[in-house]
Design a protein around this ligand. Sequence first.
Ligand code: ARG
Length: 589
Amino acid sequence: MASVPSLASSVNQRVADALASALPEAGGADPLLRRSDRADFQANGILALAKKAKANPRELATTVVEGIPTGDLIKEIEVSGPGFLNITVADAAIISTLAARAADDRLGVPLNPAAGTTVIDYAQPNVAKEMHVGHLRSAVIGAAMVEILEFTGEKVVRRHHIGDWGTQFGMLIQYLLEHPHELDHKSGDGDEQASGEEAMSNLNRLYKASRALFDSDEEFKTRARARVVDLQAGEPETLALWQRFVDESKIYFYSVFNKLDMDIQDPDVVGESGYNDMLVETCKLLEESGVAVRSNGALCVFFEDVKGPDGNPTPLIVQKSDGGFGYAATDLSAIRDRVTNLGATELIYVVDARQSLHFKMVFETARRAGWLNDDVKAVQLAFGTVLGKDGKPFKTREGETVRLVDLLDEAIERASAVVREKAQDLTEAEIAERGAQVGIGAVKYADLSTSAARDYKFDLDQMVSLNGDTSVYLQYAYARIQSILRKAGAARPAAHPEVALAPTERALGLHLDGFGELIAEAAAEHAPHKLAAYLYQLASLYTSFYSECPVLKADTPEQVENRLFLCELTARTLSKGMSLLGIRTPEKL
Ligand code: ARG
């Protein structure tokens, strides 16, 4: 494990050093190095520094250039315009740096020296309810953030805050008590998907039947309400039945997560009920500290800037006037648990943007109570709505919520058709396996390639297209490289820094070298879409390289191997990046 300083950071350091000796009062100032079209890099920081020091920018830039040695790292450096620096690095420096990356399992990506503990709340479906596209977004974005953060050395604790508590359980439990065999499995064939589907259809049927009875039968309604009281009091038989709903739902959740090729561990599933024991104390602490006050019997927290349409303040209700606790009390208790017991330095909530006001109020309350502070931040990684092709929230033709499983099945089916059409030497079993990897990858990539906050259109035709910014395009790029490497019989081709590079090789090489910085940025900004964009650009640069530079038929054996080396490092970077996004890169497609 050896982290490799990027060319950008080495060049930046040289310029900063020269700048510090040319203008001592600017010591430590950032020369603001950026990738550039004119040369490899451009430093734009000198202009402002010169102005501040009342020096002539072009003169300062010239002195800086004179103080920078050229040769090993920097091939050429010149002043341009009013005081920018255009910098070209040496071909050999590019290849040697990449060789150091290739020698490292982590591709030279540094660990974050300031890593802490992040608790991330994601993939939180609701018990006895069907999963929909909103749950897909939380799961996909959350899982990518987990992987990206862990790759930077962050300790990550996953929390699946499933909706497993609330008054609706009174009705469900009472119904099950009166119809005890409604949750029995009939097939029992051990097929995970079949039992997941059966679990959900049992739950659906039970939900509808109990709802109908609740709405039509006053006596049942009374019994259902009494059952809520039993549940809250922890009456054993009631709790046991509640547990059956949770277990049944988990069979279903896991079957969907499995289809999503996503690893969700049981100990990380800590639903709303997991905080029940803390609710009373949470309220007590808030009331005693004066953060929350009683208003018409309810325990409320008020905010200057949160008002309803009538101009009156809208409080966060921590405890209702009937004594019941709601969503907010649970979230506040979860914060206490995550900070105190799990040692979080950061809390991330991957939740629909439509819950932003709730989290704003919850975080502010926790701050007032001292549970969050400068050392422990909480952020909502809020995501936008999934839209249908018509640009309206995604619904079936009948106006119902689209079942996530149906969507995933359709994606897999479409992807299998694409794989089959292109397949040359794949068996039926391989086509099925790749179809799933391509289909699920397509759905995940479509979700991850736009910034989370934005809405996006769920368009399967576009998602499984071979052209454009899709995972299939990236997967094909990867598979094509593997086929070249197989043909060459070179498992780990060696780098040859002495070989001169063509422009497309340099562009590809410089982009590969930026992987570490990109990861740090995506982690710090909670922006998996930046990783997706990086990978897409990587595949595009590879495509240009490949069309302009013959690999196996290059001029000399060293050039052949050097190009194979670039191919191999591209493949490894693609595969690593895709795996962080939760997307497979099959060796053959
Ligand atoms: N179960 C909720 C839903 O389906 C999301 C839970 C979000 N997490 C939280 N800590 N409130 O909308």
